[in-house]
Design a protein around this ligand. Structure first.
Ligand SMILES: [Zn+2]
Length: 207
């Protein structure tokens, strides 16, 4: 998961990128207002609140240039500088929305999300079943919280949190079930923290 930060560092230096998938969602960048030619920013991903990857992004008129270092299997580092074409389409109710063009020359699909590993490519090119698995895991964690809330007669929904001990429920039973609820809540909270980090805009500056 990610966020944005100031891009004052030298391009690509110290931007480590581990060997797992990270999402680059162009809609988030658009929402944050950073897709202006000349902008440079750092995009960060965290897992359980800890930063695990970051890349530098330079916005040009027709593309984004991604810069980072990728750790090879032999432990050495490769400097990567990968331009990703941008495309815009008009929305039916005004405004326009951006798309990324998958940089694989045999693909060039227009997509909202690229998945970064060594390179940022579309889901098909990365041969991903990852996203659906990931979303299923998310949905399961939230459903579990809601199910436990309902058992107490509380309003279901992660953001509603916990309520009072229901009338007629034995104290011991409440304590035991409440522990189960707390565990489920913590598991779901990690996912919420990650997605909030994705929208955590730190700063941007023009070149
Ligand atoms: Zn592709």
């Amino acid at each position: 998961m990610g966020g944005f930060g100031s891009g004052r560092q030298e391009m690509g230096r110290d931007r480590k990128f581990p060997d797992e998938f990270f999402r680059l969602d162009i809609r988030c960048c658009h929402r944050e207002g950073v897709l202006k030619a000349g902008n440079q920013f750092v995009m960060k991903w965290s897992r359980a609140g800890k930063e695990v990857a970051s890349i530098e992004v330079e916005v040009r008129a027709d593309d984004l240039v991604l810069s980072y270092r990728h750790k090879k299997a032999d432990g050495g580092w490769t400097e990567i500088r990968s331009p990703i074409r941008l495309d815009w389409t008009r929305c039916p109710f005004g405004g326009s929305r951006p798309w990324l063009i998958c940089p694989s020359p045999t693909c060039e699909r227009r997509v909202a999300i690229l998945y970064g590993k060594e390179l940022f490519l579309c889901r098909q090119c990365q041969k991903l079943v990852y996203e659906s698995q990931y979303e299923l895991a998310d949905a399961r964690a939230f459903r579990k919280v809601e199910r436990l809330q309902q058992r107490f007669g509380w309003a279901p929904g992660f953001f509603f949190g916990a309520g009072e001990r229901p009338k007629g429920m034995h104290h011991q039973t409440f304590v035991r079930r409440h522990e189960e609820y707390e565990t489920a809540f913590k598991e779901a909270k990690v996912l919420v923290d990650d997605s909030l980090a994705l929208l955590n805009w730190l700063s941007t500056h023009p070149c």
